[in-house]
Design a protein around this ligand. Structure first.
Ligand code: FAD
Length: 569
């Protein structure tokens, strides 16, 4: 199989045009193409009215060896790409294919390779704490290798959890153990389900994640579109299907089982204690807590597990009409079914040295209440697969670092960032009126420095509701100044971004973990053997895909430790 990259075609090309372009690029007849499949499809929307699709394709042709000798290189493992010749040259030297600088290579082998298999008898089963994407994949891989993990999840199974989450959104009742952050599926279950990440992934772990998701019910297209998403509705049933797979392989999943203590003897984990007092013995514990397990972070710190404060970001959610974003990004081709609802990614470096950027953009989605502690308000965003809600939303956040945490906790504790988060989440709760409504403000009023008294054209989507106020009291002054400077700058990239009626809702404080539970190259905690910190809460991931990939790495580290460091099978 050949992998051909960077083949560009107009948005509305025909199937025949694709076949012709492949043939022209490879310098073969269309009849020589036995089959082709899309490995990746993205788009280039820089040219107004002339959006191009960019393909990577896998091609089966009997002329593979000859094509490779002519255009590519005889690499077989896919690990070391070698540049092919400019693709617009046919064997006769005539230029015929669309302009491109792509390559022709052997299709890389992206199949997942397990690091080993569990022995027939295992004295102690590994434990996974948390069943977010990280814990889910740690457990799945361990189960697939035969290690029969036990998963302890503080929240409820996903259907019951959904009821509790709606309890906050519709009835203002927060369940601190079962909410947007806690429960089966973890923080990303009620989300846009974006599945892309910037992590370097030489071993194709991301491919393993996407393949498992498809097996669990995700649409096949996530395997090839450049910015795949799933949406909330499907995620719920996928998580259930993955639970069934883990259980069928001998794994065990226990809900409403919060880990309140870890047993450590001479720097080695020996087990955990759950909130109901049960002791479970284990020498290998994956700690996949997510970024909101503040009580568990505190417990681990008190037990002496090494951790350090790390930077994260704070800000607001912004909402615009999705049609405004679509028009700005796609011009006359807005609404094309291949493109879907447009997204954006914006960054501005401010005069006060801060950087402001858009984060977790949810096209055609809603802003959601994402608090996990009583008396606090936190925003986030979600959408359904169709992304057809009226508003686009994204977090607009300012980078902060441990120096910024000192006014809230100057003890030098690695937990200081949590004190900052709690302060501003409580302030948002108060500004919102104390009943889980979020404070909100029109962008025009925010930029003019006056409280909002009426909504404009953009209706905020946050439930249970938005209370109009002055958001300048809801974040530190430097953050307010930075966001005030950034919004007009963003308007230069997306016309209308700083429109007076766009809505800001606050506060966005859970962008990533405020600390890192540092681990060594072997995956063990720096000072506690047998504890495997992983995922977003440990500071090693940001987002569903990267957390899931980190879960795979944690499972591999556990297996290597249990098997005494054998080589990848
Ligand atoms: P989590 O998903 O947070 O899972 C941790 C789990 O551990 C939780 O289920 C928790 O209950 C459990 N736990 C914690 N403490 C204990 C304990 N003591 N005992 C037992 N269990 C415990 N990312 C994207 O890539 N795309 C998106 O579209 C996206 N949208 C999002 C929308 C929302 C509303 C939210 C909140 C997040 C979104 N994210 C998105 C971020 C993404 O969800 C996280 O990056 C990801 O879930 C992190 O995975 P994780 O497994 O490391 O942690």
């Amino acid at each position: 199989m050949l992998r051909l990259t960077d083949l560009r075609l107009p948005l509305d090309h025909s199937e025949q045009a694709l076949t012709d372009a492949i043939a022209a690029r490879l310098g073969i007849a269309a009849a020589d193409i036995a089959s082709h499949s899309i490995a990746k499809r993205s788009y280039d929307a820089r040219k107004r009215g002339g959006i191009e699709l960019i393909y990577s394709l896998d091609i089966d042709t009997p002329r593979e060896a000859e094509v490779l000798a002519r255009l590519g290189a005889a690499e077989t493992d896919g690990a070391a790409p070698v540049a092919g010749k400019p693709a617009s040259r046919t064997p006769a030297g005539k230029s015929s294919a669309p302009a491109s600088t792509g390559k022709v290579l052997p299709t890389p082998d992206t199949a997942y390779k397990f690091v080993g298999r569990a022995p027939a008898s295992l004295p102690l089963r590994p434990i996974v704490i948390g069943m977010g994407p990280c814990g889910l994949f740690a457990a799945l891989i361990l189960a697939q290798m035969g290690f029969r993990p036990i998963v302890l999840e503080r929240g409820k199974a996903v259907r019951e959890r959904t009821v509790d989450t709606f309890g906050l959104w519709r009835k203002r009742v927060l369940n601190p153990e079962s909410n947007v952050q806690f429960g089966e599926g973890g923080a990303g279950t009620f989300s846009d389900g974006k599945l892309y990440s910037q992590i370097s992934d030489k071993l194709h772990h991301g491919r393993k994640v996407l393949t498992e998701f498809v097996q669990a019910g995700a649409p096949e297209e996530i395997l090839y579109v450049s910015k795949p998403h799933i949406g909330t509705f499907r995620l719920v049933s996928m998580v259930e299907n993955m639970r069934a797979t883990i259980e069928s392989l001998g794994g065990e999943i226990r809900f409403s089982q919060r880990v309140d203590d870890v047993l450590i003897e001479n720097g080695q984990v020996r087990g955990v204690v759950t909130a109901d007092g049960q002791q479970l013995r284990a020498d290998h514990v994956v700690c996949a807590l997510g970024h909101s397990a503040r009580d568990t972070f505190k417990m681990l710190h008190e037990r002496g597990v090494y951790m350090e404060a790390k930077p994260f970001s704070i800000g607001f959610r912004i909402e615009h009409p999705q049609s405004l974003i679509d028009a700005a990004r796609f011009g006359p081709q807005a609404g094309h079914p291949i493109l879907g609802a447009a997204d954006y990614k914006l960054v501005h470096h401010c005069r006060n040295g801060r950087s402001v950027y858009s984060f977790c953009m949810c096209p055609g989605g809603t802003v959601v209440a994402a608090a996990s502690e009583p008396g606090r308000v936190v925003t986030n965003g979600m959408s359904q697969y169709s992304r057809n809600e009226r508003n686009a939303n994204a977090a607009i956040v300012v980078g902060i670092s441990p120096e910024d945490y000192k006014p809230y906790d100057d003890s030098g504790s690695p937990l200081a960032g949590i004190a900052l988060q709690r302060h501003w989440e409580a302030q948002a709760f108060a500004l919102g009126g104390g009943e889980y409504e979020a404070p909100g403000q029109r962008v025009g009023d925010f930029l003019a420095g006056r409280a909002s008294t009426a909504l404009g054209a953009v209706q905020p989507s946050y439930t249970p509701g938005v209370r109009l106020s002055d958001l300048s009291a809801s974040l530190p002054d430097y953050a307010i100044a930075a966001i005030r400077e950034a919004l007009p700058a963003f308007d230069k990239q997306i016309k209308g971004f700083a429109m007076a009626d766009a809505m800001l809702t606050g506060v966005e404080t859970r962008t990533s973990s405020p600390l890192r539970i540092t681990r060594g190259v072997d995956g063990h905690s720096l000072n506690t053997r047998g504890l495997f910190p992983a995922g977003e809460g440990a500071g090693y991931a940001g987002g569903i895909l990267s957390a899931a990939v980190d879960g795979i790495k944690a499972a591999e580290a556990v297996a290597m430790s249990l098997l005494g460091g054998i080589d990848r099978a």
